[in-house]
Design a protein around this ligand. Structure first.
Ligand SMILES: *Cc1c(COP(=O)(O)O)cnc(C)c1O
Ligand code: SF4
Length: 350
């Protein structure tokens, strides 16, 4: 096993001291149901002596995953209903998701696509990729293409360069966006050459970096993120609000500041989806709103993400942040605006 081989399966986690041998059997049942993989960079971040370690909680399987609630769904955000060709999800007219791969370097225990992602399975190539590009070229309303998966950054530089170039040849596509966790979980993969391969002249390139805890910003992760920024990508954040990981104001504030310090503009903070076996991660919408309200009260405007709910079943994403304004629905009525100390101020009708 080389230094870069991920730990796949419970035996490998036991061998590394990340799972105590007594839990092997119970966790094997979880691994049979949902894929397991932990990269060396993440393994090095875990403190096995801390039973509540927020990094371990995201990546080390837990028997709580064997509990599936009736409201949890295999396809919580309804991707399947909007897939015109294999590998494409086209729900919003102006943008399409491209699922290039099913695999990830790590398998997050709260993943909303956990029934779809996993090792094996072919990446989108050959005739299938041709069909996807033909679809994108045939729909002039598609202004943006979002590469997701799985994690598209597990593809080689040659493969991502090929996809970027072929997208760039379609005139109505003005923006490419890559969603990835690799800069944090396997930072060495993101070389300067790789960062350049993702970009093509004449199109704007955005990269949404998934991280959930400030400790994920190791020196190596910071350097990888810097290589992406230096190559000219605009960097955005993507996080999931998770009980036991980041659902407290200190951690959430430190996470958002870590993004901004690394030139990553906070974009979305997702309320956890109703993925099977993830109820131990979920908090209430009211708890989430209180945290987001507190962020607004304490942190720079640069550090404010949009709090998002993907409506179960496929109705799409909506912002669910707290409102600071009330009483403006009635024509001619005064509105009440709440400041960061909770004091109400009236605002006159137009
Ligand atoms: C989340 C998502 C997008 C991207 O949404 P933005 O609000 O633009 O970030 C696009 N297509 C699908 C199907 C999605 O689920
Ligand atoms: S990296 Fe993304 S797609 Fe992969 S397991 Fe984690 S949340 Fe799911």
């Amino acid at each position: 096993m080389t230094a870069h081989t991920p730990l796949r399966g419970i035996d490998a986690l036991v061998a590394q001291g990340l799972v105590v041998p007594g839990r092997r059997e119970a966790l094997e049942a979880v691994a049979e149901r949902y894929a397991v993989s932990v990269t060396p960079a993440i393994a090095a971040l875990i403190d096995p002596s801390d039973a509540a370690d927020p990094i371990a909680r995201q990546f080390i399987p837990d028997t709580a995953e064997l509990l599936t609630l009736p409201q949890e769904m295999a396809d919580p955000i309804g991707d399947e209903a909007h897939s015109p060709v294999e590998g494409v999800v086209h729900r919003y007219p102006d943008r399409a998701l491209l699922k290039l791969v099913h695999a990830c370097p790590v398998y997050c225990r709260f993943c909303f696509r956990r029934e779809m992602v996993g090792p094996g399975g072919a990446s989108l190539a050959g005739e299938k990729l041709d069909a996807v590009l033909a679809y994108l070229a045939s729909r002039p309303e598609i202004w943006e293409v979002i590469m997701t998966g799985g994690d598209p950054f597990i593809l080689s530089a040659r493969r991502v360069r090929d996809v970027a170039k072929r997208l760039a040849a379609i005139p109505h596509i003005k923006v490419t966006r890559w969603h990835t966790r690799v800069p944090v979980v396997d930072p060495e993969r993101v070389t300067a050459d790789y960062a350049r391969a993702l970009r093509v002249p004449g199109k704007a390139s955005y990269i949404a970096i998934h991280a959930n805890h400030p400790r994920e910003f190791t020196p190596a992760a910071r350097a990888a993120i810097a290589r992406l920024a230096d190559a000219g990508h605009v960097l955005l954040s993507q996080s999931v609000l998770l009980r036991g990981v980041n659902a407290d104001i200190e951690t959430l504030a430190a996470l958002m500041r870590a993004f901004v310090e690394n030139r990553v503009k906070p974009y979305y903070l997702h309320h956890p989806d109703l993925a099977p076996g993830t109820s131990h991660f979920r908090l209430s919408l009211a708890e989430g709103q209180a945290l987001v309200k507190s962020l607004r009260g304490h942190l720079s405007g640069l550090c404010q993400p949009t709090y998002i709910l993907d409506i179960p079943g496929g109705a799409g994403k909506i912002p669910i942040g707290p409102s600071f304004l009330s009483g403006c629905e009635m024509p001619g009525a005064e509105a009440q605006a709440e400041d960061r100390f909770g004091t109400q101020h009236s605002y006159p009708p137009a």
